[in-house]
Write a protein that binds this ligand. Structure first.
Ligand code: COA
Length: 322
C-alpha cells in the first residue's frame, strides 16, 4: 500500500509586526480587549509589494530544503488560498514558475481557513493512487488585503503568512486519513460578499472586505472542530490518548481551548501559535506544524491531528504519522 508521507515542512511570516497596541492607537479597541477575547497579541502583515506567491515561495523553499529533495522532483502543487495574486493564472502556477520547472499539475483550492486541509486531502489522494510521487502542498494568504482596517470586529483577528509541506510516496504511513466537510447553508455567516462575477466594481474600488457574525462562527467552529476529532480518531480505530499533538486552526485561543476541552485533549498536547500569528487562514495549520517541527515538539513517529475551519462553512482534519 502506498502512503503519502510529510518529509519536509516550511513556513514564512512577513517582517512587519502589528501589535494590539498599534491597533489600539488606530481603532476604538484596547490591547486588553483583543488579547482577552482572542488570545492574539500580534500579527504579521505583508509589505505593499509582497504578494501571496512571495510568501508561498519562501515557505515552499524551506519545505523543499527540509525534505532534502531537488525542486525538479516535485510533480504536483496544490496551493490553498483565499487571496490569490491574480484572477488567473492560479497562484500555484505562479509558484511553479518561480520554482523553475513545469509540465505537471499545479492548481489552487479555495476553502478559506480550512484550505490547507482540503489541499492536503487532494494531494494525499494523488500520491496514494500513484498519480504523484512528490507533492508540494501550500497554504498561503495575504488576508490583510480583504480586511476593512477600520472594522474593529474583524481586523484585529487576521494576519498574513504561508506554510508548506512536501508529501512523498512511501510504504509506511504517512497521512492516515483525511476528512473534509462543507455546508453552504452557512455561507452568509463568514464571507467576502463580492467577487469577479458579483459586484466586481467593489473589488476595483477597494471594498472587498470580510464580514462575519462572530458569535455564530465561534459556536459552529467549536462544534465542528471537536466533532471531527472524534470522527478522525474513530476512523483510525484509535483513542485520543494515541494522539501526540493536536494542531487546530489558529483563529481564537478561546475556540482552541473549547475544542480541546470538548475533545478531552490535554492543553500540553495542543500546538498554539495564534498569539503571535493571529488567524492566517489557509496558512495557519501548516505554519503551526512547521513551528512545532522546528522547535522539536513534533518528532518522527508522532501521531498528529491537524484540523481547520473556515467560511462556507468548510472544515476538515487529517491524521498523520510524522
Ligand atoms: N474591541 C473592542 N470591542 C469590540 C471589538 C474590538 N476589537 N470587536 C467587537 N467589539 C465589541 C462589539 O462591537 C460588541 O459590542 P456591543 O455588544 O456593544 O455591540 C462586543 O464587543 C461583542 O462582545 P462579545 O459578544 O462579548 O464578543 P465575543 O466574546 O463574542 O468576541 C469575537 C468577539 C469576534 C472575538 C468572537 O466572537 C470570535 O472570535 N468569533 C469567531 C471569529 C473567527 O474566528 N472567525 C474566523 C473563523 S475561521
Amino acid at each position: 500500500m502506498t502512503y503519502a508521507r510529510i518529509t519536509g515542512t516550511g513556513g514564512y511570516l512577513p517582517d512587519k509586526v502589528v501589535t494590539n497596541k498599534d491597533l489600539e492607537a488606530a481603532l476604538d479597541t484596547t490591547e486588553e480587549w483583543i488579547e482577552s477575547r482572542t488570545g492574539i497579541r500580534e500579527r504579521r502583515i505583508a509589505a505593499d509589494d509582497e504578494f501571496t506567491v512571495d510568501l508561498a515561495e519562501r515557505a515552499a523553499l524551506q519545505a523543499i530544503d527540509a525534505a532534502g529533495i531537488e525542486r525538479r522532483a516535485i510533480d504536483l502543487i496544490v496551493l490553498a488560498t483565499t487571496t490569490a495574486d491574480q484572477v488567473f493564472p492560479a497562484t500555484a502556477c505562479l509558484l511553479q514558475q518561480r520554482l523553475g520547472n513545469g509540465g505537471y499539475p499545479a492548481f489552487d483550492v479555495q476553502a478559506v481557513c480550512a484550505g490547507f486541509l482540503f489541499a492536503l486531502g487532494v494531494a494525499d489522494k494523488f500520491v496514494r493512487t500513484g498519480a504523484s510521487q512528490c507533492a508540494l502542498v501550500v497554504g498561503a494568504e495575504t488576508f490583510s488585503r480583504i480586511i476593512d482596517w477600520s472594522d474593529r470586529r474583524t481586523c484585529v483577528l487576521f494576519g498574513d503568512g504561508a506554510g508548506a509541506v512536501v508529501l512523498q510516496a512511501g510504504d509506511a504511513p504517512g497521512v492516515m486519513s483525511t476528512h473534509l466537510r462543507s455546508d453552504g447553508q452557512y455561507k452568509d455567516l463568514l464571507q467576502v460578499p463580492v467577487g469577479v462575477s458579483r459586484n466586481f466594481s467593489k473589488v476595483r474600488d477597494g471594498g472587498a472586505f470580510t464580514t462575519m457574525q462572530g458569535g455564530e462562527v465561534f459556536r459552529w467552529a467549536v462544534t465542528a472542530m471537536s466533532d471531527i476529532i472524534d470522527e478522525t480518531v474513530a476512523a483510525n480505530d484509535l483513542s485520543k490518548d494515541d494522539i501526540d499533538w493536536l494542531i487546530p486552526h489558529q483563529a481564537n485561543i478561546r475556540i482552541i481551548n473549547a475544542v480541546g476541552a470538548r475533545a478531552k485533549i490535554p492543553r500540553d498536547k495542543v500546538v498554539v501559535t495564534v498569539g503571535e500569528h493571529g488567524n492566517t487562514s489557509a496558512a495557519s495549520v501548516p505554519l503551526a506544524l512547521d513551528q512545532a517541527v522546528r522547535d522539536g515538539r513534533v518528532r518522527p513517529g508522532h501521531r498528529v491531528l491537524l484540523e481547520g475551519f473556515g467560511g462556507g462553512f468548510t472544515w476538515g482534519s487529517a491524521l498523520i504519522t510524522m
